[in-house]
Design a protein around this ligand. Structure first.
Ligand SMILES: *[C@@H]1O[C@H](CO)[C@@H](O)[C@H](O)[C@H]1NC(C)=O
Ligand SMILES: *[C@@H]1O[C@H](CO)[C@@H](O)[C@H](O)[C@H]1NC(C)=O
Length: 304
């Protein structure tokens, strides 16, 4: 009897604590500052490099065509948030993404382009550096989700002159790779994170998850611009605690052997603007030369 009674009391205590935890309502929306966004995306401790790793798919399609999976992808970004004198957060990062065979999931270095019938070297993404700025006045609104989570979606429609051939010159050496079109793209990031973590004091939320969608024109290395083909990238990822050694082994080996620069995020800006894109990377003379002679990418990068 006494034992039963005691067990009954324990279970009452247990359930009431549990109930308090799981049913206390979280507010349906939550306003976030640029500082909160940096805690979600990276860390407000400028001494810390924060890694986000993702995996996903790339589909391609022409108008009216059924999209097909062209690649799987596996990538990482390593970022540092630095607060400027005016309160702006400058997110300084490096990122690379590998294109994988959609069936075998192995890294591919040569791709049979269905739009030209030709084999081309695969130029894996290796953008160092990538910069983003978050001004202090900007507010973001996250929405509550079941499970005491919040979610925040940021969509960025982009349209800008093609950096490989901004004047649309038919005689440019890059004409066969970039055509003459303006670049238009949509990039969307959805962050999900626990209410308890955003309400806490930590400079970095450990449990951030991120969902990424991007549309773009075909990439320069595919060498079939102006074919009205769209690429659709769909990925999902999360922070990786404990540094680059905890990356997926395929990514970790690339960092170790080919991209040691990606062990740490940049310490400071070296140029204004957004840094390197897949288009400006391709235009670098040593990259373009390496592409023409059939080198394997990514090229070694140990600059800091
Ligand atoms: C792309 O679409 C435009 C507009 O519909 C069309 O005029 C052009 O012929 C198309 N190009 C190709 C290569 O399909
Ligand atoms: C290809 O080009 C790269 C970059 O210029 C160079 O480092 C490499 O030695 C070249 N390889 C061949 C086989 O020509």
């Amino acid at each position: 009897m006494r034992v039963l009674h005691f067990a009954g009391l324990l279970s009452v205590l247990f359930f009431s604590i549990n109930d308090a935890k799981s049913t206390a309502a979280i507010s349906p929306t939550r306003k976030l500052s640029a500082e909160d966004l940096m805690r979600i995306r990276a860390s407000t401790d400028a001494k810390q490099s924060t890694i986000v790793q993702w995996e996903g798919q790339v589909l391609s399609y022409k108008p009216g065509e059924q999209p097909k999976v062209t690649f799987n992808v596996l990538g990482m970004n390593i970022a540092r948030a630095v607060k400027m004198a005016d309160g702006t957060y400058d997110l300084l990062s490096r990122e690379f993404q590998l294109y994988l065979d959609p069936v075998t999931d192995k890294v591919i270095n040569v791709w049979q382009n269905p739009y030209s019938g030709k084999k081309v070297p695969v130029v894996h993404v290796a953008n160092n550096p990538v910069y983003q700025s978050f001004p202090p006045g900007q507010q973001y609104v996250a929405k509550s989700r079941p499970g005491r989570l919040y979610t925040l979606q940021l969509s960025i429609p982009l349209s800008y002159p093609n950096s490989l051939n901004p004047t649309g010159d038919l005689n440019s050496p890059f004409f066969p790779y970039s055509g003459t079109q303006k670049l238009a793209a949509i990039e969307s990031f959805t962050f999900t994170f626990p209410a308890s973590e955003i309400s806490g004091k930590s400079k970095s939320l450990p449990s951030t998850q991120v969902y990424w969608t991007r549309t773009s024109a075909l990439l320069p290395w595919m060498a079939t611009p102006n074919t009205n083909t769209t690429l659709l990238f769909i990925g999902n990822g999360a922070k990786v605690a404990g540094g680059w050694k905890n990356l997926n082994p395929v990514l970790r080996d690339v960092v170790k052997k080919i991209l040691p620069a990606y062990k740490e995020a940049p310490l400071a800006r070296t140029s204004p603007g957004g840094g390197v894109s897949s288009w400006s990377y391709f235009a670098q003379p040593e990259v373009f030369q390496a592409y023409l002679n059939g080198s394997i990418f990514p090229l070694r990068d140990d600059k800091k």
